[in-house]
Ligand binder design. Sequence first.
Ligand code: ADP
Ligand code: 5GP
Length: 190
Amino acid sequence: MAKRGLLIVISGPSGVGKGTVRELLMDDKKLDLVYSVSYTTREMRPGEKDGVDYHFVDDATFKKMVAEGGFLEHTNFVSHNYGTPKKEVFEALEAGHNVILEIEVNGAHQIMKKCGKENLLTIFILPPDRDTLLARLVGRDTEDPEVIKARLEKATRELAMAKDYDFQIVNDDLSKAVDTIRSIISSRLG
Ligand code: ADP
Ligand code: 5GP
């Protein structure tokens, strides 16, 4: 029987660089990574594509998916809902691909409870410091000041949960952070 893939969870405060790191990891075809496209009720940012960055849905559709048990995990993050589709993730894992989830801490805890350690790798990305995190969030220029404030407040609670993950990686020099995470995944894959 084909080997089941590894489920990789990446978390970290908003603006720390999760998406940037993930895209660079995905370039390494040897890792055979499939990105799980989440569902969200938040508005699309300029440049984002439906079905690529997220499945953008309304509240009613999201609620219906929750009621039907369609999510592996789901949560509310700064006034919007986010969820990982169960079917797509299981299908990719069963097919032997390694699946990468870029999700916040509540969702990650749900996954840690549900999935055994054997097929799960959890990585928390840390900022070099708080000012750098703020600068990245502001520099990305995708949220209004009050949303940036709410996301930064959330970051304090998220950072306290970094210890629950298998690895904590500081994203200071981007290529170093990506290289470190790539090595962690490669050694786990054997
Ligand atoms: P997240 O997905 O965690 O919210 P992003 O990947 O969108 O964060 O990154 C937030 C901003 O920080 C982006 O503008 C990105 O280009 C920038 N960034 C990411 N990593 C680094 C890094 N190591 N050094 C400097 N800027 C970075
Ligand atoms: P953003 O709005 O910046 O794209 O995402 C906000 C936060 O929600 C980020 O921490 C992101 O990783 C997280 N997130 C994205 N998709 C999911 C998901 O499916 N489940 C959970 N729990 N968090 C998610």
